[in-house]
Write a protein of this length. Structure first.
Length: 159
C-alpha cells in the first residue's frame, strides 16, 4: 500500500507541476517554437538504438531523415516559414542523409545504398541550386557583373 501511495503522490505532483507550467505559458512557447523536438526525439531514439543497443544499421535511415527534417523545422520556426521556399529540397536530402548513415555504419558497406544516397544528394543539391538561382539569381548575376567590371578596370593596360 505504501508503494501505491508513493506513485500516486508522484503523479499528483507531476500534474500540479504541469498545471503551473501551463499557467505560466511555458507550453505555449514549447508548442509554438520548440515542437520540432517531437520530431528530433524519435531520431535520437533510432540513433541510440543503433549505437547503444547494437540494432541493425537500417534504423539509421529513419533516424537520419527525422534528424534532417527536425533541423529544417527548427530553422523555419525561428527564421520564418518563408524559408521553406528555399529549404524544400531538404526533404530529398533527408532521405539521402538517412541512407548514407546506414551505409557508413553498416559493416558490410552495401554499395547500392551508397549509390542511392549519392543520387538523392545530387538531386537535392541541383534543386537547391535551382531554387537559389531562381529566387536569388538577380543578386548572383549582379555580383558577377560587378566582379567582371572591377576586373576589367584593374586589368586595363597602363599607358
Amino acid at each position: 500500500m505504501k508503494r501505491n501511495s508513493y506513485a500516486s503522490g508522484l503523479a499528483i505532483i507531476a500534474v500540479g507541476v504541469f498545471l503551473l507550467l501551463a499557467k505560466f505559458g511555458i507550453f505555449g512557447f514549447v508548442g509554438s517554437h520548440l515542437w520540432p523536438i517531437f520530431v528530433l526525439l524519435p531520431s535520437l531514439f533510432f540513433h541510440v538504438l543503433y549505437f547503444a543497443r547494437g540494432a541493425h544499421s537500417g534504423v539509421l535511415v529513419p533516424g537520419g531523415i527525422l534528424l534532417t527534417y527536425s533541423l529544417m523545422f527548427f530553422y523555419c520556426n525561428f527564421f520564418g516559414w518563408g524559408a521553406m521556399a528555399y529549404l524544400w529540397p531538404g526533404y530529398i536530402l533527408g532521405v539521402a542523409v538517412g541512407l548514407f548513415e546506414s551505409y557508413y555504419f553498416d559493416p558490410n558497406k552495401p554499395r547500392g545504398v551508397l549509390i542511392a544516397s549519392g543520387v538523392l544528394a545530387t538531386i537535392a543539391a541541383v534543386f537547391f541550386g535551382f531554387t537559389l538561382l531562381f529566387t536569388q539569381g538577380v543578386y548572383l548575376i549582379a555580383i558577377i557583373l560587378i566582379l567582371i567590371g572591377a576586373a576589367m578596370i584593374y586589368r586595363r593596360p597602363r599607358a
